[in-house]
Design a protein around this ligand. Structure first.
Ligand code: SF4
Ligand code: SF4
Length: 506
């Protein structure tokens, strides 16, 4: 019997450790990622704890042997043996020690399994669990010396080493653009993200001007499959798609781009559109493009990212990723890491409302750095892209490069969350969409509003709104079954009406 019990206990122990690794480890990781606590699922802690307790009990409890009270000799009989048992008087000291040892071993190995699961998050865990959070934050002081890129990270299978903070150019213009891009280059930034429809081709032209005289192999240039007016339809002939990228090369004044993304992808048909893939293969063969990527920030982000990784076609994913990301997202990043697909984070400022928030004055200028540190604390993120368009942003943004997440950063981010609750629609969320009988793209309408109101960029908001298949006019006469469906407290109908009033073109 004892011979049979040992393998059973061993198997139980291994199963309990597997549960601790897979369930409790993932639970702790989600806590560190800032996932909404109501969706964490306490069973992920309870199940491994119960399993570890069960094997500890199995180890500690041994069948009591009958002992002769007269001579003290241990017998081999069963518990119902007529021989009186010493055990009946209570557990021996040895049995107590054995029990404590079993529970101690269960606790240590269980914690070891959880640690193994989250070991890449060690610095975050240290700040998160072992430091007193100071709920006041320092006022940002411009650095005494110009801020520089202090960390380069590997961009997945591209093998490129890219600056952890990289230059997005959606708003860049001729006014400050070339100087901003050159200053960033001088400070060590080497990854530039652009697209033909950013600032009506001005973005590519400005970057093309800024990189003149620089060694091309020191730069990593990413653009998108589109034209100045926006996306190319899926059935666009291959030569036309190739020509669109060649036009980007001309504006960028270069012979090749390192990365071409399928831009703002929200459907699997777009992700795997045969013409786009054939165009990329041709561009790659001719040396005009090196790697393929996809950018996405829609409610179908997880599905798109999953399919992109599984297809084996994509070298890089550019994904919305910010503090308090929705459940299970961290697992997409882990999967990308396992398949050696580079991950570029975008939308890291979570609506960038910090400049206008009343009650956020002291934290305002450090918010971006806190948000960047949080994103970069995920070891599965290769780099983040943020929009630069003003000279002051170079110092402010690069100051976060290569620095660890601090307790006061978490405090700033939590305060931001409290202040924007009810006023920020997460474009990748989509929880409310099934409630709308008009099938309105609520997240896209409110994204346009965000550009106009929060980013102070009404032209872009209007452009996005005008490109939508449906506008928000249906909300005018609607009884609003969407009311109360937003877990982030957005009053959907009034926000939609506000968007319609703000963005519609005369
Ligand atoms: S309004 Fe709320 S529920 Fe709807 S997409 Fe935005 S954040 Fe999600
Ligand atoms: S108010 Fe607008 S968004 Fe809400 S259900 Fe009606 S049409 Fe849809």
């Amino acid at each position: 019997m004892a011979r049979l019990r040992r393998p059973v206990v061993l198997a139980g122990w291994l199963a309990a450790l597997g549960l601790a690794w897979g369930l409790a480890g993932a639970f702790v990781q989600d806590v560190l990622e800032g996932v909404d606590r109501t969706s964490l699922g306490a069973h992920r802690l309870a199940v491994p704890l119960l399993a570890l307790a069960a094997v500890a009990v199995a180890l500690a409890v041994r069948r009591r042997r009958p002992v002769c009270t007269a001579c003290g000799a241990a017998g081999r009989g069963r518990l119902w043996s007529p021989v009186p048992e010493r055990a009946a008087a209570g557990p021996s000291r040895r049995a107590v020690l054995r029990g404590l040892g079993a529970f101690g071993a269960a606790a240590v190995t269980g914690l070891g399994a959880v640690y193994a699961r989250i070991r890449g998050w060690r610095p975050v865990a240290r700040d998160f669990f072992f430091t007193d959070v100071e709920y006041t934050s320092p006022t940002y002081r411009p650095p005494a010396e110009p801020a520089r890129i202090r960390a380069m990270r590997r961009l997945g299978r591209t093998n490129a080493m890219v600056s952890d903070i990289s230059l997005g150019s959606g708003r860049i213009s001729r006014v400050h653009g070339p100087d901003v891009a050159r200053a960033a280059l001088d400070r060590g930034l080497n990854y530039f993200d652009t697209a033909p429809d950013y600032s009506g081709t001005e973005s590519e032209e400005v970057l093309g001007e800024a990189i003149q005289g620089r060694k091309r192999e020191d730069l990593f240039l990413a653009t998108k499959f589109c034209v100045a007016d926006g996306h190319l339809p899926n059935d666009t002939p291959v030569p036309q798609i190739v020509a669109a990228v060649e036009a980007s090369l001309k504006r960028l004044k270069t012979d090749y781009v390192d990365l071409v993304h399928i831009h703002s992808c929200d459907r699997l048909e777009r992700l795997m559109a045969p013409n786009v893939h054939e165009a990329f293969d041709r561009l790659k063969e001719s040396g005009k493009a090196r790697f393929l990527g996809v950018s996405t920030h829609t409610p179908r982000l997880e599905e798109i990212a999953d399919a992109a990784i599984d297809s084996g076609r994509f070298d890089v994913l550019m994904l919305a990723y910010h503090f308090g990301m929705w459940p299970r997202f961290g697992h997409v990043l882990e999967k990308a890491k396992r398949k050696d697909v580079g991950v570029v984070a975008m939308k890291t400022l979570k609506g960038a409302k910090h400049t206008d928030l009343a009650g956020f004055r002291d934290e305002r200028s450090t918010y971006a750095q806190a948000a960047f540190r949080w994103v970069l604390s995920n070891p599965n993120v290769s780099c983040l892209v943020v929009s630069f368009w003003e000279p002051a942003q170079v110092d402010q943004y690069l100051a976060a490069s290569g620095t660890a997440l601090r307790p006061e950063d978490v405090a700033i981010l939590e305060k931001y969350d409290r202040l924007v609750r009810g006023d920020y629609c997460q474009p990748h969320c989509g929880v409310c969409l099934p409630a709308c009988p008009e099938a309105l793209p609520i997240h896209d309408v409110l994204r346009g509003r965000m550009y106009a109101k929060d980013y102070g960029w009404p032209e872009e908001g209007e452009r996005l709104y005008a490109a939508l298949e449906k506008d928000a006019s249906a909300c005018l006469a609607c009884p609003a079954p969407c009311a109360g469906t937003c877990p982030h407290g957005v009053p959907i109908r009034s926000a939609m009406l506000d968007a319609h009033a703000t963005l519609r073109r005369a």
